[in-house]
Design a protein around this ligand. Structure first.
Ligand SMILES: Nc1nc2c(c(=O)[nH]1)N[C@H]1C(S)=C(S)[C@@H](COP(=O)(O)OP(=O)(O)OC[C@H]3O[C@@H](n4cnc5c(N)ncnc54)[C@H](O)[C@@H]3O)O[C@H]1N2
Ligand code: MOO
Length: 395
């Protein structure tokens, strides 16, 4: 077991195997969720004028409590056009430019007006400039709004558009080939004999990647023969990432590593100090990164969370591709950890978390119940109720 690679070392070695895919320019309507390939500067100032933050009246603060003569209105998109003179006020709406001469907006709830004249009817604005969003209060033209390597979250996408951009430089979608290996596997919905089971992992992995910018090529089920695996590798050689599922361990039918080498690929590392997911393998084949995931469903899921999702993010240009752990207090005791870091399938109980009793890496029913992974580093002593543990929320 001494040759098992610590998880963080393995993650770093994996992410070092390939750089980001090429950049492309996409219309903003297609750029959500992509990672930026360049910094984004503001092409305009926002707001580009002093705007009213409320519905009310534009006045001079020094003239409070009025009365004023009403001389017109300023609405969002159609400004008053002239400045107000002393003794004058203008009707104004949220988002409308404040007319010249005015320096304050009085909210309509604190005003009395017959449409021609206006007077204070309440406390009134507390200071000069009240209820006005100053020009450039959000950002100024030329400001650096976003950095290369940041992901276009919904607010960041909106910020880039507000900054004047109609297209954005992003990384293209990452092409991921999925290869399910095993003579026992049967396509979904087909009858199974006692020695068979439905091939579920590729669908789980595709769903795990669904929120990332990927194009999935599912090569289906490949029998446990060198020829079949060699054909699958050849068919997926244009992918950025080739994911094999199963056949990663040490049995006589675990052929992924020899088949990769036979196909001209290079194995970079194999076997990680993690539970589940130990037999994970990484390598390269031409320009593709090959990730060999274990076949057990919980092993494949956890290995994909810790390795495949970060690899996709790194190839997509992410500056911080590794998952971010949180902490939560334990609801119940956990035993001391052995030589492999454990990723326990867990559930939230109020503010606390607890491990599901069934931790077999073959148990899909238990995996499907989990809403967190509880991370317990190798060699940690037992943890008591209330102790904080690292968790990775699952959607
Ligand atoms: N002597 C040893 N045996 C095993 C070791 C070891 O170190 N020494 N490691 C064990 C661990 S840990 C794991 S995890 C498994 C992983 O083995 P493989 O990656 O070779 O996976 P398979 O044997 O092909 O399959 C394991 C299990 O998962 C099922 N499976 C496979 N593919 C799918 C799929 N696409 N969808 C659903 N289920 C799938 C398969 O039928 C098996 O039941 O090895 C241990 N053995
Ligand atoms: O690593 Mo295996 O994934 O422990 O069952």
């Amino acid at each position: 077991m001494s040759d098992l690679l610590p998880v963080l070392d393995a993650q770093r070695r994996l992410l070092a195997l390939a750089g980001p895919v090429e950049a492309q320019t996409l219309p903003v309507s297609q750029a959500a969720g992509r990672w930026l390939a360049d910094d984004i500067r503001a092409l305009r100032t926002q707001p580009d004028a002093d705007l009213s933050a409320m519905d009310g009246y534009a006045i001079r603060f020094a003239e409070l409590p009025g009365p004023w003569e009403l001389v017109g209105e300023s609405a969002a998109g159609s400004p008053l056009g002239t400045a107000i003179a002393p003794g004058e006020a203008a009707r104004i709406f949220t988002g409308a430019p404040v007319p010249g001469g005015a320096d304050t907006v009085m909210v309509q709830e604190e005003a009395a007006s017959d449409g021609k004249t206006l007077a204070l009817d309440g406390e009134g604005p507390s200071a000069k400039g009240a209820n006005i969003r100053k020009r450039g209060g959000d950002f100024d033209e030329g400001d650096n709004l976003l950095l290369a390597g940041e992901r276009l979250s919904p607010p960041r996408l909106a910020l880039a558009i507000a900054g004047g951009h109609g297209t954005l430089p992003v990384r293209r979608a990452v092409h991921v080939a999925l290869v399910s290996t095993g003579d026992e596997l049967v396509p979904p919905g087909k009858p199974t004999g006692p020695a068979q089971l439905p091939a579920s992992n590729a669908y789980m992995l595709a769903a795990q990647l669904a929120s990332l910018p990927v194009e999935i090529h599912d090569l289906g089920i490949v029998p446990d023969t060198m020829e079949a695996l060699a054909k699958a590798f050849a068919a997926s050689s244009k992918a950025d990432i080739i994911v094999t599922i199963g056949g990663a361990s040490v049995g006589d039918h675990d052929l992924v590593r020899p088949a990769l080498e036979e196909a001209g690929g290079i194995m970079e590392f194999w076997r990680i100090a993690m539970k589940p997911g130990k037999p994970l393998m990484a390598g390269t084949l031409g320009g593709a990164v090959v990730l060999g995931l274990p076949g057990n469903p919980a092993s494949a899921f956890v290995a994909a969370k810790l390795f495949l999702e970060p690899l996709v993010a790194a190839l997509s240009g992410a500056s911080h591709p590794l998952p971010r752990f949180h902490t939560a207090p334990l609801a119940s005791r956990l035993p001391a950890v052995g030589k492999r870091t454990e990723y326990l399938r867990g559930q939230r109980v109020g503010e606390t978390v607890e491990a599901i009793p069934q931790q077999s890496s073959a148990a899909l029913a238990a995996l499907a119940e989990a809403d967190v992974l509880i991370c317990r580093p190798a060699h940690e002593p037992a943890a008591e109720p209330g102790d904080r543990v690292d968790i990775l929320p699952l959607a």
